[in-house]
Design a binder for this molecule. Structure first.
Ligand code: DGY
Length: 328
């Protein structure tokens, strides 16, 4: 048996001081920038690797791992893992892990902020002011929607959705949610949230926030029909994945006044943003930064490193990665 140290591929610069923990056990090869995440480049990087630390920039499925005969573990730096074909990786016996929990509160903060910004037209007002349009205080200027006392709808009531619901209590909001399965009563009580079906959620929400995982069955879940079912005064906030929303239908709704405003942190063709959305004044656009506080991004990398070390049989959790995704 060879006594060579296992090889790790790190797909982009993360935090050097945290990634350096891998050096104790492994030989690490890191891609110095995020410019090349083409399938062939990923396949080449994985070919000799025993493990990989990757992000949502890396789409990895059967084709990318076909030549990666030594690959035993992939640690995704992110809670969402729709960039990975988990079934294909599990079928090859590869351990897959993500980074839940450490980003919950930070992401909930951002989701709430984006909803507030859309409702109160904060970026639209700032752009207008910076463009030199402000001639004097205007009584009717930039009138937005009410947040306090309004109805918040949460589609996807996992950890982050629950975090947003807890924040809504401070604003005196009525909270409705829809989820694959209803939460235990104690959690509903703690979140002061009421389960409703999807139609009722769309019809009754003043502010709808998407926090559900993207899976093919959810593709364009918010389409023209769903948008038409919402109040014309409502806002839509998406901090989950871009593919949940039909962006052309959303642009139609925003342009026609069928929907008051939107806050989007995620996009179907990231980093390319649908030009029709870029042209809408009533949408707040941010570049997928909901989990982006410094402590949280560091915590995500630390958890991913722990996952990788443990999945490859080293360190205090050897064989028991803290957040491995269970095979179905
Ligand atoms: C995630 O963790 O899934 C975010 O979208 C990226 O931080």
């Amino acid at each position: 048996m060879s006594d060579a140290r296992p090889k790790i591929w790190v797909s982009q610069p993360l935090f050097d001081d945290i990634v350096a923990r891998l050096d104790e056990y492994f030989d690490v090869a890191a891609t110095p920038d995020i410019s090349d995440h083409a399938p062939e480049a990923i396949a080449a990087a994985l070919r000799d690797a025993d493990g990989a630390l990757v992000t949502l920039n890396d789409r990895i499925g059967a084709a990318e791992i076909a030549g990666a005969t030594r690959l035993r573990a992939i640690a995704n730096v992110g809670v969402g893992y729709n960039n990975l074909d988990v079934a294909a990786l599990h079928a090859r016996g590869i351990v897959v892990a993500n980074t839940p929990d450490v980003l919950t509160e930070t992401t909930a903060d951002f989701g709430f902020a984006l909803m507030l910004a859309a409702a109160r037209r904060i970026t639209e007002a700032e752009h207008w002011l910076r463009a030199g349009h402000w001639q004097g205080w205007g009584f009717h200027k930039m009138l937005g929607a009410e947040v306090h006392g309004s109805t918040l709808g949460i589609l996807g009531m996992g950890r982050i959705g629950q975090g947003i619901a807890r924040r809504a209590a401070g604003f005196g909001m009525r909270v409705l949610y829809h989820n694959r399965s209803r939460l235990p009563e104690a959690v509903e009580r703690e979140c002061r949230a009421r389960y409703v079906d999807r139609d009722a959620l769309l019809a009754q929400s003043d502010h709808l926030v998407l926090v559900l995982p993207y899976v093919p069955a959810n593709h364009h879940l918010i389409d023209a029909a769903a948008l038409a079912a919402m109040k014309p005064t409502a806002t839509l906030t998406n901090i989950a994945r871009g593919g949940l929303v039909d962006e052309d239908a959303l642009a139609d709704a925003l342009q026609s006044g069928r929907l008051a405003a939107a806050g989007l942190d995620v996009f179907e063709g990231e980093p390319v943003v649908n030009p029709r959305l870029l042209a809408c004044r009533n949408v707040v656009l941010t570049p997928h930064i909901a989990s982006g506080s410094l402590p949280t991004r560091r915590a995500m990398v630390a958890l991913a490193v722990d996952n990788l070390v443990a999945a490859l049989g080293y360190g205090p959790n050897a064989g028991k990665p803290p957040s491995a995704i269970a095979p179905k």
